[in-house]
Each structure stands twice: as C-alpha cells, then as structure tokens.
Design a protein around this ligand. Structure first.
Ligand code: ZN
Length: 290
C-alpha cells in the first residue's frame, strides 16, 4: 500500500490514480495525513476492503504532494551508518549508533524549493522509516512490526554550523527550514521484496553523487529501532532518518556544496524520488539584498 499527502489530504495511491481517504471512508478516517498513524493498523485493514480498493480515483497531481508525515512528534536521525561514508569521513565504525534530531520545522515536501542559508549546504540521501505503532524497548526481531512504511528523505546539512561549538551541533546544522524533504509517497514494508536492501542515490544537476544500497547499513532499520526504543518510546508518526552512504560533498576533494539554481534529485527503488530546486535564502551571499 502507498499513501501520500496531496494538498494536505491523506490519499491512497494506486497505479491509476488516488483515493481520498476521508471521502472514501465516509469520514471514518480524518483527511489529516498525520492523524492516521495513531490508527495505523485499523487504517491498513480498511484500505484492503473492497470499499477502499474500488473507490473513485482522481488524478495524482504531483506538484501538490507534501511531506507524507507533515507533523511528527519526534524525528530521529542516525549518522555514520554506512561503512563507505564512515571511511570518507575518516572515522571509526561506531559501536553505538550516532543519534541526533532534525527539528520538525525543517520538514519539506518532495518537490519543494529549498532555500540555502550559506555556501556550505551538503546533501545526504537517506531511507526514512515511519513509525506505525508505539515502540518502547522492542527487540530488533519485533521492530519491523512497529514500522508503518518507508519513504525517501534528504538530511540536508549546513557543515559549518554542524561542526561548530564545543560539541558538534548536528541538530542545528541539519534543521534549517526545508532541510528535511521527504516523500513522494509512503510505502508499507510488505510492498518490498526485501525492505532491508534497497538501491538509493542522489544527483546534483544530473550528476550522480551518491549510489548505494541500504543493505550496507552498519545498524539496519530494525537494529536502529531497537537501540532508539531502548531509551525513548517511539510514537506513531515519528520519523527515523537512517543514515547516508558515501558521496557527500564535504568529503570530496575539492569539497562541493549545493548552489542556487541547482536541482537535487534523490531516489530509492520501489518508493520514488524527490526533486528539490535550490535557491539562495537569507544568509546566502547570492540572496536578494545580500
Ligand atoms: Zn544523515
């Protein structure tokens, strides 16, 4: 099953169009794309009924897609989770996941324009897991049962802010407005032949800069949920950004960062792709009036 946020309304996405969930369910489920995660099991059971499967379609107007999870209560992110990215960062493989947050005000839709606050904004394509059932102290072998679905994300990172201060400011450097685009759809785990091994990558203005597989994670999705939930209860609708593979701009020689006018294209097989145009925002030397 695939769901999306179309103009701030929850829809089911089919090959031949979308179904508006509130209308097709006669109001049983809210139109709010965030509200559904508190009733995810009930919702997925309804979505399999003939009433839902045969409901009237309307066209998928892609430009109206927003973040599939617009207002998560918590956003977790794990750094240094692919061996090749750890190597390019010149660090050792961590014994524990390197966890930080991206504040929810940084969320953006799959085709939104992102304003760059400086000349040091880097790309990080990531698989994002969405929680569908409260998870507290769950074992890795039970973790997938707490996942509503998977989507594509970018963990955009301002490298100067990220690494400044007495301890690196990961949360701030990765939370400027627009720094967490996600989408275009949420795909339930049962849709994948192997949800633990998906091809992911990204391109800047058509040049592929990251190209890997999620099977190369140091801590796979289930292990991350086990480790995070050992401390924090994970709540329905929470996001987990699961780390990025090699190929970030800050590790290149010479370093390369995103520039106004470029397009960042990020994809994961069997889910879809984000296409974010980049513009000069307040703080950037090319911004109007700067
Ligand atoms: Zn990241």
């Amino acid at each position: 099953m695939r769901t999306a946020n179309l103009g701030n309304r929850l829809v089911l996405v089919h090959e031949d169009g979308v179904v508006d969930v509130e209308r097709a369910s006669d109001g049983r489920f809210s139109s709010d794309p965030q509200a559904v995660f508190d009733r995810w099991a009930e919702f997925t059971a309804w979505a399999r009924t003939p009433a839902a499967r045969e409901a009237e379609r309307s066209p998928l107007e892609e430009h109206r897609l927003g973040a599939p999870v617009p207002r998560p209560r918590q956003v977790f992110a794990v750094g240094l989770n692919y061996a090749d990215h750890i190597a390019e960062s010149g660090l050792d493989t961590p014994a524990e996941p390197a966890v930080f947050t991206k504040y929810p005000t940084s969320l953006a839709g799959p085709y939104d324009t992102v304003e760059l606050p400086s000349t040091m904004v880097d790309w990080e394509v990531e698989l994002v897991a969405v929680i569908g059932a409260r998870a507290h102290r769950v074992a890795a072998e039970d973790a997938w049962r707490h996942v509503a679905g998977l989507t594509v994300g970018q963990d955009l990172s301002e490298r100067r802010v990220q690494l400044q201060g007495p301890a690196p400011q990961f949360a701030l450097g990765k939370s400027f407005p627009g720094f967490s685009p996600t989408g275009p759809v949420l795909v339930t785990p049962d849709e994948f032949a192997d949800p633990d091994d998906l091809v992911l990558g990204c391109a800047v203005d058509g040049e592929t800069v990251q190209d890997s597989r999620t099977g190369r994670m140091v801590f796979p999705v289930a292990e991350q949920i086990a480790r995070l939930s050992a401390v924090c209860p994970l709540l329905p609708g929470d996001l987990v950004f699961t780390g990025t593979p090699a190929g970030v701009g800050g590790a290149r020689d010479p370093r390369r960062f995103l520039a106004p006018g470029e397009e960042l294209h990020s994809w994961i097989d069997s889910i879809g792709a984000l296409r974010n145009q980049l513009a000069a925002g307040p703080g950037h030397p090319d911004a109007p009036g700067a």
